[in-house]
Design a protein around this ligand. Sequence first.
Ligand SMILES: [Zn+2]
Ligand SMILES: [Zn+2]
Length: 379
Amino acid sequence: MIKSRQHHHRFIIRTILLLLSLNSVPSISAHFFPNLTSIPEELLKNATGNPWDFFQQLAGCHAGEKYDGLAKLKHYFQYFGYIPNSLSNFTDDFDDYLESALRTYQQNFNLNVTGELDDQTVNHVVRPRCGNPDIINGSTSMNSGKTNNTSSSHHFHTVSHYSFFTGQPRWRKQALTYVFSPENQLSDEVKAVFSRAFDRWSTVIPLNFSQTDSVYTADIRIAFFSGDHGDGEPFDGVLGTLAHAFSPQNGRLHLDDDEHWVVTGDVRTSKLTSAVDLESVAVHEIGHLLGLGHSSVEESIMYPSISSRTRKVELATDDIEGIQTLYGSNPNFNGSSAQSVQERETGSGSGSGAAHCVHSRWGLTGLIMALCFTFLLLL
Ligand SMILES: [Zn+2]
Ligand SMILES: [Zn+2]
């Protein structure tokens, strides 16, 4: 009697497992690409636009006039610190606040300082970027915070532009641990990307990073989220903001689950225009976790924006000088980041040339399947 009931249970569970496994195939293939050529034509044809593409239509707008959508652009500039948080109820008027925001933005990104919505500026505004603001409480160490000259000159001395959070918070211990959100069910390949990204920083400063499984004791917590995730900084789908991270010693690093993250392989050759290199973004966000703010040096890791299908993982002199100001130098650091990074590139990049685009949403199916297997074993 008991035996036949067990048999019956097993039959039901096997059926569920079979259905789940069949059901999971399309959802995995939609977001997990074993190589660049396996990206489905469907996704290539219906490439999702950037939430900021709309701003392209505003190119050529002039001060003193009114255009549909300028209020939205003002919200964008407020989000990144260019318009004071005390202002609200934005109108579609091209007012002084917008012009001032444009000038500051243009300074920070080494663009011609015109205060106008010229093509060069608009093309820059729509680039995917980090969700952390460039100006915090009116203060920044990007170009605009380093010049006492508010004229329209666009010539700046490009020396050091690294910056810190207010009060220069930093970690007070050398051994830091990090944990991945268990809900994300990340693959070992994805985890290895973060390990490499941490290594790039620990090469130049006397800190070391190790992975832990303890969510409660970890110093750094890494998680992929979609949309609103409870910290007041909702993600916005494909492109737009890609990730954000908190200053020391908060330790939270969040990435937009809706991006088409490329895990390995040469992202530059991806046919998918929305493909984003995971390691490039991880190295940048770890910079924030360690205490760096944004930099105006375009080659630096801490520059706020990164185009899709771009790989930038090597620390620039600006990044190294900034982080060593906070932590000092790693005694083994020979002063040349290029060598160590190149070594790693050959080590990690000489694989199949395949690009893996991971999406963690299918993790739920995996979890259910794992639970069913456990149940089956218990019977
Ligand atoms: Zn950033
Ligand atoms: Zn967040």
